[in-house]
Design a protein around this ligand. Structure first.
Ligand SMILES: [Zn+2]
Length: 344
């Protein structure tokens, strides 16, 4: 694993529609690779590998935004009242380190606290050490500023831990894949879309897909099993057991041909593959597959423990295997498979 890239992506701050830090990291990392770079109208960043005579086109998706907060009001005693942006776990808003990013990009440390004696809408507050609204204003903090967890990416014995692994792991996989395939001649146009605003209703995946209209869509996202101590076959989201293929989620029943293609490729490349499905949740695939007349779409997931909170744990080996799985898929994907995915 390129730990430097992974740490930079995890430590970057980006809630929906405020994803500039992640865009900068991805643009800089992929600068040495010959790619066309464009954005959609929401800020999704799309990299296109140049191909002579492509027969079809493929887009891989990973979302840039993380769950976090926005400054909603400033109290007279100098506290920031926060609004949740995305599905932050309720317990994760109790006594956690966060940081405020001001309009000018200044970073200010704070602590998110929850006062349950207040009405639900008013419970989540942030203390930046100020004692009055005037002090807060003097720090440069204004309503609408982004507030994110401030956990530093840390290397564990086998795992990496950090904030925003959902879905900076997907951004990492997309970036590494384009670098890995830089010298390959593929029979199709390969794109990676780092999408905007997934956590607030899968928005950038829709607009990026409308812009590009790929023939096939592959999603890379992250999932957590509800009980992290479950180690039986019931848990098909185990950290350290490899990438996951999703057969169903609330937003998408994936294309059967592409599911089979993922399974065959994993077997051929001797890579492990966990086989999962869920009735809740969704990914960029939920909107991507509905664009135009419908786009064959499949969802692959990286396992992590403790999602949508101050820190998640993932394993480098799983992430490396996901990059290897995508490299293998790109190298064996033919026009015949693309046509089969659209033949019913
Ligand atoms: Zn996600």
């Amino acid at each position: 694993m390129d730990l430097q890239l992974m740490a930079a992506l995890s430590n970057a701050d980006a809630i929906a529609s405020n994803e500039g830090e992640v865009r900068t990291i991805l643009r800089d990392y992929l600068k040495p690779v010959d790619l066309k770079v464009q954005t959609d109208g929401l800020g999704s960043l799309i990299f296109t590998k140049r191909t002579v005579k492509p027969a079809f086109s493929v887009m891989i998706y990973g979302h840039m935004d993380e769950v976090g907060y926005m400054v909603r009001t400033i109290t007279p005693e100098g506290l920031l009242r926060l609004m949740v942006v995305g599905g932050v776990k309720p317990l994760a808003s109790h006594w956690q380190s966060v940081r405020v990013t001001t309009v000018s990009g200044k970073k200010l440390p704070g602590m998110v606290i929850r006062d349950e004696s207040l009405a639900a809408f008013d419970q989540i507050l942030c203390d930046v050490g100020a004692n009055s609204a005037a002090e807060v204003a003097a720090l440069g903090i204004t309503i609408g500023d982004m507030v994110t967890f401030s956990t530093d990416f840390t290397e564990y014995a086998a795992d990496g831990g950090g904030k925003a692994l959902d879905d900076r792991l997907g951004c990492y996989v997309g970036a590494r894949l384009l670098q890995e395939l830089a010298e390959d001649e593929l029979p199709f146009t390969l794109r990676f879309a780092a999408t905007s605003s997934e956590e607030v209703g899968i928005r950038g995946a829709k607009t990026a897909t409308q812009l590009i209209q790929p023939d096939l869509a592959f999603i890379v996202d992250v999932a957590t099993f509800q009980n992290p101590r479950e180690r039986s076959e019931v848990n098909q989201r185990q950290v350290g057991s490899g990438p996951i293929l999703t057969h169903f989620d609330r937003t998408l029943a994936p294309n059967r041909t592409l599911q089979q293609f993922v399974k065959e490729t994993a077997a051929t490349a001797s890579l492990p593959l966990q086989l999962d499905m869920f009735n809740g949740g969704g990914t960029d695939g939920g909107e991507a597959h509905k664009v135009g007349v419908g786009i064959p779409t499949v969802v692959t997931i990286l396992p992590c423990r403790y999602g949508h909170c101050a820190q998640s744990l993932a394993q480098a080996q799983d992430v490396d295997q996901m990059v290897a799985l995508y490299a293998a898929m790109c190298r064996r994907l033919t026009v015949a498979t693309a046509e089969k995915a659209r033949s019913f």
